[in-house]
Design a protein around this ligand. Structure first.
Ligand code: TRP
Length: 462
């Protein structure tokens, strides 16, 4: 007899778990950088439009597919959409596998910077410290990279091993409030810095003359990444939702929280950057620069109470990353559990160990092993990490997302989707017809445009 499927304890528990999946390095690391790169204002507006017009409807679609089938991604798509759709699910599992393998490496960096900044706070910042050099040394130190990734992988495995209630739900319920707290604390101190007005203007004052077509598509691609869409993570988490909870309301809250947090993180970082003369020219040289090179330096030279806020900030990054990596591992592990009848403990260990083999490759691809760091599969992408990220962000998430929208909009019946969304608890502002129009026409057209852009115009989202 099959064990009864676990369900989240409440809708708040699901919201926290799903929000934890959504909020991660995408919010704290990628979004500020691409906003900077695209000159703020107008880009942010376009991004918000993508979140509302594409992200939100697909979020609802993924959760409804999961809840309806009560299965993880492969079984869910087979059951809710059609027998041939298992292949889309398998694509999602593969995507989760690859994404987890390299995401863990960057997550490991946050542990390094936590320990470093804590050390500086407790004793003193070494005189003449060059954070750029420090960064270069840590990423190319193979043993260190392996150690950091291993610690992070073990933490991820431990949580998923404990299961939905004792693992994921308990962790996210504890961590998310802490995360919000740290972020608000950082926001208040950032807003007191002299550069904050300029930062807020940069982010919120649109100047459409500055927006390039590539930025439009980048905004769309990022809206998938940041909401954990396009690979079945939300299908999997949705499969533990029971019928008494409103999918529409919960989706709206998750999407809103993810967006607000990305904006807050950006205000914090830009306030720091705009408060320091000459800093503006230095950032932007690389994606990693802002989070791991400019910020550590600024905490100790410019930010009031920086020696407290510095380590706290890296705890925040680590926790945000952990609540994302657990949902990635859950996608992979629950595939073995649901489709092959493997017990959770065994499945988690097998999947965690297999993913780690690939994490090793990613961890050593920042200079530690020259061959792993320099090969080019995609033009201009050097090394294992860069190529894997490129493949996932530019190919796997958009194609998976397109398939899911088409499945929900064109292959599932109106009765099937409406009975899930109009579950008696839906909010008054929700109109099923509007959702259906967006999922059938707007979202596929927009995602299709991304894919065409990548294919024919070489636009890069990673
Ligand atoms: N949303 C995560 C972030 O912003 C990254 C991510 C993309 C993800 N897809 C996912 C996390 C699937 C978990 C599951 O950092």
């Amino acid at each position: 007899m099959q064990e009864q499927r676990a369900h989240w304890g409440s809708s708040v528990a699901f919201i926290l778990a799903a929000t934890g999946s959504a909020i991660g390095l995408g919010n704290l690391w990628k979004f500020p950088f691409i906003t900077w790169d695209n000159q703020g204002g107008a880009f942010v507006l376009v991004y918000l439009a993508c979140i509302a017009g594409v992200g939100l409807p697909i979020m609802m679609a993924e959760i409804l597919i999961g809840r309806r089938s009560q299965r993880s991604v492969v079984g869910a798509l087979k059951e809710a959409v059609g027998p041939g759709w298992g292949i889309v699910g398998a694509w999602g599992v593969l995507c989760g596998f690859i994404l987890l393998s390299y995401y863990t490496v960057i997550a490991g960096w946050s542990l390094f910077y936590f320990v470093q900044t804590l050390g500086w706070s407790l004793s003193a910042v070494p005189p003449g410290l060059q954070t750029g050099d420090l960064f270069g040394q840590q990423v190319s130190n193979g043993r260190l990279q392996l150690g950091l990734s291993l610690v992070f992988s073990v933490a991820t495995v431990a949580v998923v091993y404990l299961g939905i209630h004792r693992g994921i739900e308990r962790l996210t319920r504890t961590v998310l409030p802490i995360l919000f707290g740290i972020l608000l604390l950082l926001l208040f101190s950032a807003l007191r810095m002299e550069g904050s007005a300029e930062a807020v203007a940069f982010i919120f004052r649109p100047n459409f003359a500055e927006l390039e077509p590539g930025g439009l598509l980048e905004a769309l691609g990022h809206s998938f990444f940041t909401l954990s869409l396009g690979m079945g993570a939300m299908i999997t988490y949705g499969s533990y939702v029971d019928r008494s909870q409103s999918i529409v309301k919960m989706s709206a809250v998750i999407v809103l929280l993810d967006t607000v947090i990305a904006l807050i993180a950006t205000v914090i970082m830009f306030s720091v950057i705009f408060s320091v003369a000459g800093m503006e020219d230095q950032v932007g040289a690389s994606t990693v620069g802002m989070l791991f090179i400019s910020l550590p330096e600024l905490f100790y030279s410019e930010v009031p109470f920086g020696n407290w806020l510095g380590p706290l900030f890296y705890v925040l990054v680590a926790l945000a990353a952990l609540t994302s990596t657990i949902s990635l591992l859950e996608v992979v592990a629950s595939y073995l559990i649901d489709q092959h009848g493997v017990a959770r403990h065994k499945s988690t260990l097998i999947c965690g160990a297999t993913v780690f083999v690939f994490t090793i490759l990613a961890a050593l691809s920042f200079g530690a092993v020259p061959n792993l760091s320099s090969f080019e599969l995609f033009e201009g992408k050097q090394g294992w990490f860069a190529n894997a990220d490129h493949f996932v962000s530019n190919w796997m998430l958009p194609t998976g997302g397109l398939a899911i929208t088409i499945g929900a909009g064109w292959f599932m019946s109106r009765e099937a989707t409406s009975s899930e969304l109009l579950d008696g608890n839906e909010p008054g502002w929700f109109h099923y017809g509007v959702w259906r129009f967006f999922i059938r026409f707007i979202a596929p057209a927009a995602v299709g445009a991304v894919i065409v852009a990548v294919l024919f115009f070489g636009v890069d989202f990673s």
